[in-house]
Design a protein around this ligand. Sequence first.
Ligand SMILES: O=C(O)CCCC[C@@H]1SC[C@@H]2NC(=O)N[C@@H]21
Length: 252
Amino acid sequence: MSTDWPAGYGRIIRDSVRSTLDEALLLAPETPGAFWVLAHHQTSARGRRGRPWSMPKGNFAATLLLRPDEPPGVAALRSFVMSLALFRTLADVTAMPENFAMKWPNDVLLEGGKLAGILLESTGQRGRIGPLAIGVGVNLRAAPSAHEVEEGALTPVSLMDRTGITITPEAFLDILAAHYAGLETQFTQYGFAPIRTAWLAHAARLGTKITARTGRAEMTGIFEDVDTDGNLMLREAAGLRRIAAADVFFTP
Ligand SMILES: O=C(O)CCCC[C@@H]1SC[C@@H]2NC(=O)N[C@@H]21
């Protein structure tokens, strides 16, 4: 599978870094434009809500650095853009799109287990977003053991264990970068609507009962939709609730 590297995006490969998120934000002032940073090893990788992110050897860890000139709420919708790019990359690599799904807000699942996670960070101030770093971790080769994830979280799975397919992080990045670039162009030209539609077509557990947990509350209801701002729409007995940020747990 050969893919042309997309025009307008830099590509930096490191052997070992603390975190590709840190590395990308560190390089941002001296590196022009948009660029990817891929690392073979991370000594201090992080996941959502400050959780550690375990990275067995051979897995994919990269960050895309962008410079959006938009309000933070719009820039943050790129978590959906990246999820969709990941979904399409995995569909290409495996030719088994039906085995993958996207979990709100931004995980990619393989046969119901967590294969990939995305974490957005930025250094913006006063309502404008600064450089935006989109960190992506994919268990290409090995999944962290189940006891490394919190109770109730989805079982981590790896691409190799579930499909027998091996791919190097560099080859995976080539395909992902091409998909992302195409979707980024679509996003900047047409906004969130087409991304949202494509995302919803492969959303995990849409229309079923789920639990959304924020730092302060736990809500259970039907996962009805994702609104035009990217909020989870949860149908509870008391009505429809829009949730901007939460961890989602699937109810058996
Ligand atoms: O699901 C999550 O909690 C998000 C995980 C994000 C992990 C990636 S690996 C590359 C980048 N560097 C980090 O330190 N984290 C992200």
